[in-house]
Design a protein around this ligand. Structure first.
Ligand SMILES: NC(=O)C1=CN([C@@H]2O[C@H](COP(=O)(O)OP(=O)(O)OC[C@H]3O[C@@H](n4cnc5c(N)ncnc54)[C@H](O)[C@@H]3O)[C@@H](O)[C@H]2O)C=CC1
Ligand SMILES: O=C(O)C1=N[C@H](C(=O)O)C[C@H](O)C1
Length: 263
């Protein structure tokens, strides 16, 4: 059976790559897209134009008019949250790459999915290498609890720190003994010099043209450091994870947060 897929954000860097991936896989059929500027600016993704499928400016209108099994959301946090909620309420399983959801939003979406008995995934990073980086970091933190996370992204990124950095810190928190790092009397002479503080760990966000998506997790111990590093050089790196999640979501009966939970 072919799975009917809707993509939100098809003009974006990730969305346009997801359109290609879905088109190339005979298990999927792209049946509609959701994009905010469709009405004002005309439509700009030639792969979608060639399919002659509807493009809706509003999710609810899309879900009411098109029969679909799955939604892929690659937009911005506020809209992504609304899309995901509306998808669940319309019996459509969400596969969400959009980052920047609050803990409250994540909990609410998971609880709706449980009520509706619908599978889906929200994953801050769909690259398998990034998931391994997070898991290896979680293992290392048990032995080396002093850790800084440095994430580096292109300068069009809206959220900081990245969803991957937040997820990494949350996973590390499960094995790392809570502690405040650095000198007890340290003082920032320029605000932000030590980065964001997550349970005593520090997260630093670099934004530069030329970068795609990169992260280093650096652990320090007496006389040694350990660096666990992942680089995405293009958006294809995320597509195997999205493809896998689309198929897997059909077998699940609740929404999970993080690709590591379904691999
Ligand atoms: N989970 C993962 O593996 C990855 C997640 N991301 C996340 O995916 C999201 C998209 O990233 P990019 O493609 O780089 O961004 P982008 O800026 O290239 O694309 C964003 C898309 O969202 C659409 N959009 C914006 N506001 C909208 C609205 N109000 N209604 C409907 N559509 C709207 C835009 O038209 C565009 O198509 C970000 O949250 C990013 O952090 C990015 C890469 C990998
Ligand atoms: O905006 C991006 O580009 C990326 N966003 C995700 C994040 O916030 O972690 C995943 C990846 O790092 C690329």
């Amino acid at each position: 059976m072919t799975l009917k897929v809707i993509i939100a954000g098809p003009r974006g860097k990730m969305g346009s790559e997801a359109v290609k991936m879905v088109n190339e896989d005979s298990d999927f059929e792209l049946v509609a897209c959701i994009d905010r500027k469709h009405n004002e600016r005309g439509y700009e993704n030639p792969d979608v134009q060639a399919l002659n499928i509807p493009v809706f400016a509003h999710a609810e209108e899309c879900f009411q008019n098109v029969k679909a099994d799955l939604l892929v959301d690659l937009t911005v946090p506020e809209v992504g949250y609304e899309h995901t909620k509306a998808a669940l309420q319309n019996y459509i399983r969400p596969v969400v790459g959009t980052t920047g959801f609050t803990d409250e939003q994540l909990s609410e979406l998971i609880s709706i999915s449980r009520e509706m008995k619908l599978g889906g995934i929200i994953a801050p990073n769909f690259a398998i290498g990034a998931v391994l980086m997070m898991k290896f970091s979680q293992m290392a933190a048990k032995y080396l609890p002093d850790v800084d996370i440095i994430e580096k992204h292109h300068d069009n990124k809206l959220d900081a720190p990245s969803g991957t950095a937040v997820k990494t810190a949350e996973m590390i928190q499960k094995t790392r003994e809570a502690k405040k790092q650095g000198h007890p009397h340290e003082k920032e002479t320029i605000d932000g010099a030590r980065g964001a503080d997550h349970d005593g760990m520090h997260i630093h966000s670099v934004r530069l043209p030329g970068l795609v998506a990169h992260q280093e997790v650096i652990f320090g111990g007496p006389g040694q450091t350990l660096t666990i590093k992942h680089d995405s050089y293009n958006r294809k790196s995320f597509m195997d994870g999205i493809r896998f999640s689309l198929k897997k979501a059909m077998e699940m009966d609740e929404l999970v947060y993080g690709l590591e939970n379904i691999l």
